[in-house]
Design a protein around this ligand. Structure first.
Ligand code: GUN
Length: 279
């Protein structure tokens, strides 16, 4: 039976530390969250971000814009927020409605307030190993590994998924920690075979049970980043958790694994931004 990597408990610890540090600042950290349209999943995420801000003692301001909002209006709002001294972080919840160019919107956010770490400037900084905001999910995964003393150095790390938000930055972070990294995706023909060579397996596809127990090397560490809903509507990840936990040495549950850490690292990034801005 694997060690359960308790992201929920670690997230609580991270948020308590963030709250303590925020309290020592002259001005509380401020996070602006923009949501456009009526995506129900986005609504849930945005609500939980507001709660996280309350828990950490942050100023939180939400901008709920209608579905018909134009790209120009959205960028206008972002530019206003870029100029506000009480706002340290700006997050525009994705996905955006059709007709709005996501890249143009993300580019409009001041990289110094891009607490999601999605701006090309921060992505580029990550790639070349310079300081910048790290995307919250891969950052949270690294915190989980550190908390449990799992060192990627010298390990074969297989990342399944190549999104800009998770797969790509996760691979770079593992590489920076001296892991030997393989990136797989939907067109990798021998996915099972590659996964079976992983000492650390990160699943970030978004497909229920794409990682079955036979794809896991006995004793491997399994990190499940996905947030899917199964046929019964229950939240689950990419990994067949019930069987995988008997093969892996350590595994993140869904829910209660990576998800809470993503949220905690957003608070951490907002704190870091406020600390920088206040010298
Ligand atoms: N949509 C899904 N995950 C995220 C995230 O981490 N940040 C933003 N802005 N949108 C998302």
């Amino acid at each position: 039976m694997a060690t359960i990597l308790d992201g929920k408990a670690l997230a609580k610890k991270v948020k308590e530390e963030v709250k303590k540090e925020a309290a020592s600042l002259e001005r509380v950290p401020g996070l602006a969250v923009i949501i456009v349209g009526n995506n129900p999943a986005s609504r849930v995420y945005v609500n939980s971000k507001r709660r996280d801000c309350e828990e950490c003692g942050f100023l939180s301001e939400e901008f709920a814009l209608p579905e018909e909002t134009t790209e120009a209006e959205l960028i206008d709002l972002i530019q206003t927020l870029n100029g506000r001294a009480d706002i340290d972080g700006i997050l525009c919840q994705l996905p955006l409605p059709d007709g709005i160019n996501e890249e143009a919107v993300l580019m409009a956010i001041d990289p110094e307030k891009d607490v999601d770490g999605f701006h090309p400037m921060n992505m580029g900084a990550l790639l070349i190993g310079k300081d910048g905001f790290l995307p919250c999910t891969p950052y949270g995964v690294m915190q989980i590994l550190d908390e449990y003393g799992i060192d990627p150095k010298g390990k074969h790390c297989v990342v399944v998924g190549r999104s800009n938000i998770v797969g790509k930055p996760q691979s770079i972070l593992l590489l920076q920690r001296h892991g030997t990294v393989t990136i797989c995706h939907s067109r990798t023909p021998n996915l099972g075979e590659v996964c079976r060579t992983a000492d650390i397996l990160v699943a970030a596809v978004g497909k229920v049970n794409i990682i079955t127990a036979d794809m896991i090397k006995p004793g491997a560490v399994v990190i499940d980043v996905a947030m899917n809903h199964n046929d019964e509507g229950k939240l689950c990840g990419d990994v067949d958790y019930a069987k995988a936990k008997d093969v892996a040495s350590a595994i993140t549950p869904v829910p209660g694994g990576v998800g809470p850490m993503t949220r905690a690292m957003l608070m951490k990034n907002t704190l870091l931004s406020a600390q920088k801005r206040q010298g």
